[in-house]
Write a protein that binds this ligand. Structure first.
Ligand code: SF4
Length: 333
């Protein structure tokens, strides 16, 4: 049993979970009955209690803990790893918008996340430049209206579900009023780390929108799909939303075929299909998570032998300046 300092957190709403998340290594490690760490980092610790509660007390190698605990390896400078691995800091035709892909735009809806993942490719992103006001949203909708080839708007971040449902519902209405927009996609890790985020207000506006809603969650390990997360996914599924998952291949966290296979099954039971397995983007401070492409290929090939095709994620990497993700072929030349 975790000696939770924040007793009673289970019954609190998601806003409370966000504002009371653990923000230092000492509290995190004490809650897990682990020795203190002296590692410092510019990318601060942020771990909500529901995510912490899914870790195993006393296990310094817990795969969820490893994703959020700063370690000294982050300070090691490695050639080829930079602050902006995807060269996306200047692809903004309108404030808040990254227009990298044909037919769809990505909006940095907020700079805030509910958890800080140590491997995050946007850990050095200048989020302060991307605070999106209501006027900015109207400008973004104006840009989308002027680009008839845009059929899908992707809300990313940070985590777009950090915003309240009143705002999100209004934003969805702005895009729903544009006839050529079909789909609103949400890239979010929030339901995985705070399943209470899938609240009635969220379900209401998603269920009522004329847009097709696609929710792409981000889970890397089967232990993240707790009963509460699975329940949240079932509720989302009932709104008619399409549910997909993207993972990052992470050394010593999920770089084994049995672990990835287990994740696919757990997602499937929760109504979510595995979508992408990303190779790590070479971001400064995350080199110790990197898994070679050849190992990634072997892992996905092994998964293909253990799973039906619809449960095998596509192995991909992002390339700076490319118009789409690069799909990694499973056969070597
Ligand atoms: S939730 Fe997503 S954007 Fe936020 S730190 Fe984690 S990986 Fe990065």
């Amino acid at each position: 049993m975790i000696p939770l300092q924040e007793q009673g957190w289970q019954s609190q709403p998601w806003q409370w979970q966000l504002s009371h998340a653990v923000r230092d290594s000492e509290t995190l490690l004490t809650a897990l009955d682990l020795p203190a760490s002296s590692t410092k980092s510019d990318f601060p610790v942020l771990v909500p209690w529901p995510y912490l509660a899914a870790m195993t007390p006393g296990d310094p190698n817990d795969p969820l803990l490893r994703q959020v605990l700063p370690v000294d390896e982050e300070q090691v400078v490695v050639n080829g790893y930079g602050p902006d691995p995807l060269d996306e800091h200047d692809k903004t035709p309108v404030k808040g918008v990254l227009h990298k892909y044909h037919g769809r735009i990505l909006v940095i809806a907020t700079g805030v996340c509910a958890v800080h993942c140590r491997y995050c490719f946007r850990r050095h992103f200048p989020y302060d430049d991307f605070r999106v006001s209501r006027t900015d949203w109207q400008n973004i909708a104006g840009y989308v209206r002027s680009q008839p080839d845009i059929r899908e708007v992707i809300l990313s971040g940070g985590d777009p579900l950090v915003a309240n449902d009143q705002l999100l519902s209004w934003v969805a209405q702005q895009f729903a009023s544009i006839p050529h927009v079909d789909t609103l996609r949400l890239h979010t890790r929030l339901p995985v780390v705070i399943p209470q985020r899938v609240c009635l207000e969220l379900l209401d506006w998603i269920g009522e929108s004329r847009l097709k809603i696609v929710v792409v969650i981000h889970a890397n390990h089967g232990n993240e799909i707790t009963d509460d997360v699975a329940d949240a996914m079932h509720h989302l599924h009932q709104t008619g939303a399409t549910l997909l998952n993207q993972s990052v291949l992470l050394k010593n966290i999920n770089d084994r075929a049995d672990l990835l296979t287990d994740l696919s099954w757990r997602l499937f039971h929760a109504g979510v299909l595995p979508y992408y397995l990303h190779l790590l983007d070479p971001v400064e401070g995350a080199h110790h998570f990197d898994v070679p492409e050849s190992d990634g290929r072997d892992l996905v090939q092994e998964m293909s032998q253990r799973l039906p095709g619809y449960l095998v994620p596509k192995l991909v990497r992002e390339k700076p300046g490319a118009g789409a993700k690069e799909s990694i072929s499973l056969t070597t030349n």
